[in-house]
Ligand binder design. Structure first.
Ligand code: FNR
Ligand code: 8K6
Length: 347
């Protein structure tokens, strides 16, 4: 049972994972009011250190990237120090941890950063409001100017350098789930008429600039990326998006990133314009290490790896419910079922 999951996996010459189970990035909204990680967060991550790799909850690169309360940052000295406590705790238990770098783009709300502009690719609002803060309706964003884009790329690279200073083993760029980078990659949110819009190469430009700036700063072997080629969250579908990812994925393959990670809640979901699931689509044109995720169990994930659908398995909600997920699976013990009520507390 689960034989594939417990094999070591060499990502590249600098990183080898002790098993193929990743803890998926999971926003918990538990940082302090300066967006500094707490001791309770360090303890929470350390309890999960036997994952082959932990990916941190999404962590904002700068104030205007914030779309939810108390999500941690990586842009002040106090935040870097707070994360150092987390990474030390994980490393002392033999684990590895990447920081997930985040800017929510049009899903940001000025409530969280004292007013000011909400930036996105174009002036296309996302419908609705901040979860559990329903009075905060999403605003029509301001299209990022060329100067804004330059600054954003620089801020992503600085946050990556800060992550390394904080002791992270690498970073995963959050290019998925309808947030800023993803907003450039989909036609619903990107209506630009300049060199960042309309064609697959232009729509991929911002994502590739962020990747290139970060790899130049910390190395491709420590840089990963999460993508959602299928629109399913904070995003409307458009079948022309396929051509964008058909262009982007081979470009990414040339960059020799540590891994590519699918952003999806249920990998059984099929997208007609991708010809199947998001993971099967990416696997068909991308040869590098691929992380699958989305409503898998250890058994179904192990079978997917055996069938060569992806190389590594990320586990989200079951890891919230079971800090000892890896040990339980290894020993064939029953798991505690996840429920949304568990989000109230860091166990
Ligand atoms: C998530 N997910 C998520 N994804 C991401 O890229 N960054 C994040 O910060 C979060 N935060 C988050 C919070 C909560 C409470 C949930 C439930 C999910 C998505 C997550 O990484 C994963 O893709 C999904 O949960 C699907 O995997 P499971 O839970 O079915 O194993
Ligand atoms: C206040 C917590 C904010 C968390 C932000 C990250 C997103 C996690 C939210 C979980 C909700 C699930 C929505 C799933 C959409 C699937 C559609 C098919």
């Amino acid at each position: 049972m689960s034989a594939n999951l417990f094999q070591a996996y060499k990502l590249n010459s600098s990183l080898t994972l002790s098993n193929k189970i990743l803890m998926a990035p999971l926003t918990r909204c538990m940082a302090d009011n300066d967006l500094v990680p707490t001791q309770a967060m360090a303890d929470y991550y350390a309890r999960r250190a036997d994952a082959g790799l932990i990916i941190s909850e999404a962590t904002i690169i700068r104030p205007d990237g914030q779309g939810y309360p108390n999500t941690p940052g990586l842009f002040t000295p106090a935040q870097i120090l707070g994360w150092r406590t987390v990474t030390d705790a994980v490393h002392s238990k033999g684990g590895k941890i990447f920081a997930q770098l985040w800017h929510t783009g049009r899903v940001a709300h000025p409530h969280f950063f004292g007013g000011g502009k909400v930036l996105s690719a174009s002036a296309q609002a996302v419908e609705g409001s901040v979860p559990r803060m329903r009075e905060l309706t999403y605003q029509t964003p301001t299209p990022a100017s060329l100067a804004d884009i330059k600054q954003l790329v620089a801020d992503y690279a600085q946050a990556a350098a800060n992550a390394i200073d904080a002791g992270f083993d690498g970073v995963e760029i959050h290019g998925a789930n309808g947030y800023l980078i993803d907003q450039f990659l989909h036609h619903e949110s990107n209506r630009r008429e300049d060199e960042y819009g309309q064609t697959p190469a232009n729509m991929s430009r911002f994502a590739l600039e962020v990747v290139d700036a970060i790899t130049a700063r910390i190395g491709a072997d420590r840089t990963a990326l999460r993508l959602s080629p299928g629109a399913y969250f904070n995003m409307g579908a458009d079948k022309r998006d396929r051509e964008v990812f058909d262009y982007l994925l081979p470009e990414l393959e040339k960059r020799e990133l540590a891994f590519l990670h699918i952003g999806i809640f249920d990998d059984a979901m099929e997208f007609d314009y991708l010809g199947g699931s998001a993971s099967s689509y990416v696997r068909s044109i991308y040869q590098g290490t691929l992380v699958g995720v989305g409503s898998y169990t250890a058994q179904t994930g192990d079978a997917a790896i055996a069938a060569d659908k992806f190389d590594l398995l990320a586990i989200g909600r079951p890891f919230i419910a079971n800090p000892d997920y890896v040990a339980r699976v290894r020993q064939g013990q029953e798991l505690v079922a996840y429920s949304d009520a568990m989000l109230a507390e860091l166990v």
